[in-house]
Design a protein around this ligand. Structure first.
Ligand SMILES: [Fe+2]
Length: 161
């Protein structure tokens, strides 16, 4: 093929693609759903939570665990009625019998919440209504922390209490 012919073909391909006549993504061997879930970008660096949570722990939970939940959730919802739904709606409506989507969706959502709730500027005791409620329910923040840590250490999995 001569250079002029090649440029003509490329130009036609681009025009056809713009007109919607060719869908290159549809022929891709690794089709990604239109509304696929993505691994959220951390709002801080992997080392930002040290010394409470070290860099390696963050890398494993974000780059491996959360990425695996994301990939498996996307694969599980492809071609189902859940494709295109928000993660909140999936988890609100999915029956326990659909355990693959439910488990991967739960792992995806739990990790996403975790990244939002953690902050390098956190720590200290709560204030306002939360502090009042904790005091009313547990007697003091220290007593709450003790009970919470005890419950988390007995919980199977990632320490959710
Ligand atoms: Fe994790």
């Amino acid at each position: 093929m001569h250079k002029r012919q090649f440029l003509k073909h490329v130009s036609l391909l681009g025009t056809a693609s713009l007109m919607g006549g060719i869908h290159l993504a549809a022929t891709s061997p690794k089709k990604i759903p239109a509304a696929a879930f993505a691994l959220p970008v951390l709002p801080y660096g992997y080392e930002a939570l040290e010394p409470s949570i070290d860099r390696l722990t963050m890398q494993v939970h974000h780059g491996k665990h959360h990425q695996a939940y994301t990939d498996k959730l996307n694969a599980a919802i492809t071609g189902t009625k859940y494709e295109g739904m928000s993660i909140e709606n999936i988890l609100k409506t999915i029956p326990a019998s659909e355990s693959e989507i439910r488990n991967h969706g739960g792992g995806y959502y739990n990790h996403a919440l975790f990244w939002k709730w953690l902050t390098p500027d956190g720590g200290g005791q709560p204030s306002g209504k939360l502090a009042e409620t904790i005091a009313a329910q547990f007697g003091s923040f220290g007593a709450f922390r003790e009970r919470f840590s005890e419950a988390a250490s007995k919980q199977f999995g990632s320490g959710w209490a």
